[in-house]
Design a protein around this ligand. Structure first.
Ligand code: ADE
Length: 247
């Protein structure tokens, strides 16, 4: 565990620092920083270019379409901000492990342990393999599709991790019954309602108005199982029914 009293730092290395800063300053991620629960460091990879045109990419050796991010600016950008030799350095790439709540919790533990989490936004056709070998230790994909850059995936990872830091969510319980959590046994969350009790002929289920908390929790557990079975049956493979849904 990082013993420093300073907030843990999420460091994002990017070619589009303004885009990343704007998102990190907004909403819950921004509030977490303003409340001192986390800090963000946005590093412009171009600041580490050695030529006057601030070139970060070039054609691939051996030919082929697309540009490749050069190793030198990426490696030096990581070295400039990394404070632990064994810090987790994530590269966003379609070739990485698919992002999940499980990975979120791993990265959260790393952030709390080492006090930093470094995310490199991949770009163009990819980065020079030597940068990957020298400084990257985790590669993460958002899914089986290709985006124009790694900023959105990096922001998704940062958001998912930061919301899990203590005190970031307004109601400390509100992450516990999300989809993919222990309470939901790795499955989906149930449906939720708020005021009014009737809207365009659609009513809130009676049980939610009963005030009987044990029955409400049991119903929610059952609905979560049904929803998981309907929408994501593959999640039921490792499914352990929550107590509230056992019967
Ligand atoms: N960069 C481009 N596409 C991506 C994806 N699907 N996941 C992570 N990084 C990416």
């Amino acid at each position: 565990m990082c013993t420093s009293s300073e907030a843990p730092v999420v460091k994002v290395l990017t070619l589009f620092p303004d885009m990343v800063r704007t998102v990190l300053e907004t909403s819950m991620a921004g509030r977490a920083a303003r409340q001192g629960q986390v800090r963000y460091e946005v590093v412009d990879i171009r600041d580490f270019c050695v030529d006057k045109h601030r070139t970060v990419d070039d054609k691939a050796y051996g030919g082929g379409p697309g540009m490749i991010m050069m190793a030198q600016p990426v490696v030096e950008a990581v070295e400039s901000c990394r404070t632990h030799d064994d810090a987790t350095v994530i590269l966003t790439t379609p070739q990485g492990e698919t992002f999940s709540e499980g990975l979120t919790l791993e990265f959260l533990a790393e952030l709390q342990e080492k006090g930093e989490l470094i995310i490199i936004c991949g770009h163009y056709k990819g980065i020079d393999e030597r940068a990957r070998q020298l400084v990257v230790n985790r590669e993460v994909s958002l899914g089986d599709y290709v985006l124009t850059g790694g900023e959105l995936p990096a922001l998704v990872i940062a958001d998912a991790v930061v919301r899990r830091l203590d005190g970031v969510l307004g109601n400390s319980d509100s992450a516990d019954n999300d989809s993919f959590t222990e309470l939901r046994a790795g499955g989906l969350d149930c449906q939720w309602y708020t005021k009014p009790t009737e809207y365009r002929g659609l009513s809130v289920p009676e049980i939610l108005l009963s005030g009987h908390h044990a029955n409400i929790e049991k119903w929610r557990g059952e609905q979560a199982v049904l929803r998981t079975r309907e929408r994501r049956p593959e999640l039921l493979k490792d499914f352990q029914k929550p107590d509230s849904a056992k019967e």
